[in-house]
Ligand binder design. Structure first.
Ligand code: MRU
Length: 363
């Protein structure tokens, strides 16, 4: 996608040295666009753990490149297993991370150590390219939902989204935002309600930045505003991304997604979830019981970082001194609240039958 007219991906191999890995430091956005150079596996793991990169598909791709960096230092089988396990353990909820590491291991366990570095870069490049292609396909299948609403009546189409499921969260295009970008390119009159997404503000900081840089009309709202907007007819459609979908269609996504789905159900607003098939965990049936939910630091709730009037960045405490904070980072929306899923192979019901109709190889 483009930043002020220049096309970027969210992870790439440095074109000068041909091996180090470049990412945007997402903890610096929206205040600064800083590119980091990752040169070893510890830096890749740190980037994922500290959310310099985040978003389910992107952390999978960065983990794959992290294995490339690990193998440059030590291509033995022992090191491959150790470093892959360390990368897979950096974050628990998004299944794309484990999927990408497993795919790398499948290829590399069958490659002699002398050929592993080249094979790893080849496989990681394929993972990145496939993610970009899958997200573009999600956009093509999802844009029709927006186009249908636009064709059915006068006026702009209002889409609400939660967290950041844009190109910063994937290799390119995004999941929930891919249909929005395509609708924008088609010239559909479109406006996006962006949930701020406390505690880390991925909506206010990242989604709003992405949409703004691309020229898409949007308004940031407090997380608690969505239900009110839906009650008053200000939302035509909700589209969110996801970190893990069970084979029965339960959806784990950023904390607060479930409340949006409840409000959407109550008000009759369609609630769609966009995902590449790498986000489906075919081994799980009950999302609430079985999807591991990441618990993050209390400081993400008790503190906020922002820019002061003189342009400096400051972190301040926003809670009563001494009060404890809880910080579950994701929740699970049961399939019954989801209108449908948008995948790279098309749209389907959020159910086992729906998913298997698109992915019969998982029967
Ligand atoms: O904690 P994060 O920022 O990694 O959480 C990201 C989300 O919840 C996204 O909505 C999800 O990964 C979908 S990304 C296309």
């Amino acid at each position: 996608m483009k930043i002020d007219g220049t096309p970027y991906r969210s992870v790439w191999v440095d074109t000068d040295d041909g091996w180090s890995v470049r990412i945007f430091d997402q903890t610096k956005l929206p205040w600064a666009l800083e590119v980091l150079r990752l040169t070893d596996v510890a830096q890749a793991a740190h980037a994922i753990r500290t959310m310099q990169v985040r978003g389910a598909p992107l952390i999978g791709a960065v983990a794959a490149y992290g294995i490339c960096l690990a193998l440059r230092a030590d291509a033995s089988t022992e090191a491959l297993e150790r470093d892959s396990a360390a990368l897979a353990a950096t974050r628990p909820t998004a299944v794309n991370l484990r999927w990408a590491v497993d795919r790398m291991l499948t290829r590399l366990r069958n490659t002699p150590p002398a050929g592993r570095v080249a094979a790893a870069y080849d496989e990681a490049g394929q993972i990145a390219d496939e993610d970009a292609a899958q997200c573009e396909a999600i956009g093509r299948h999802g844009v029709e939902l927006i186009a249908d609403i636009a064709a059915s009546r006068q006026g702009r189409v209002n889409v609400l989204t939660h967290c950041n499921a844009g190109w910063l969260a994937t290799v390119d295009w995004g999941t929930a935002l891919a249909p929005i970008y395509m609708a924008f390119e088609r010239g559909i009159d479109l406006h996006v309600w962006v949930d701020e997404t406390r505690p880390r503000n991925q909506g206010a900081a990242l989604t709003a930045w992405e949409l703004g840089r691309h020229g898409v009309a949007h308004t940031i709202v407090a997380d608690n505003a969505g239900g009110h907007l839906m009650q008053h007819g200000a939302v035509d459609l909700v589209i969110v991304g996801t970190d893990r979908v069970t084979r029965t269609g339960d959806v784990a996504n950023k904390i607060g997604t479930y409340l949006k789905a409840l409000a959407a159900k109550d008000t009759g607003v369609p609630f769609w979830v966009a995902l590449p098939s790498t986000t489906i965990d075919w081994t799980l049936r009950d999302g609430i019981a079985d999807i591991p939910i990441e618990e993050r630091a209390q400081a993400e709730v008790t503190q906020m970082t922002g820019r002061t009037a003189d342009g400096t960045l400051a972190t301040i405490q926003v809670t009563a001194p001494g009060s404890a904070a809880g910080n579950p980072a994701f929740d699970v929306t049961p399939a019954r609240l989801v209108t449908g899923l948008i995948t790279e192979r098309g749209r389907c019901a959020a159910s086992e039958a729906g998913l298997l109709s698109l992915f019969p190889e998982h029967r």
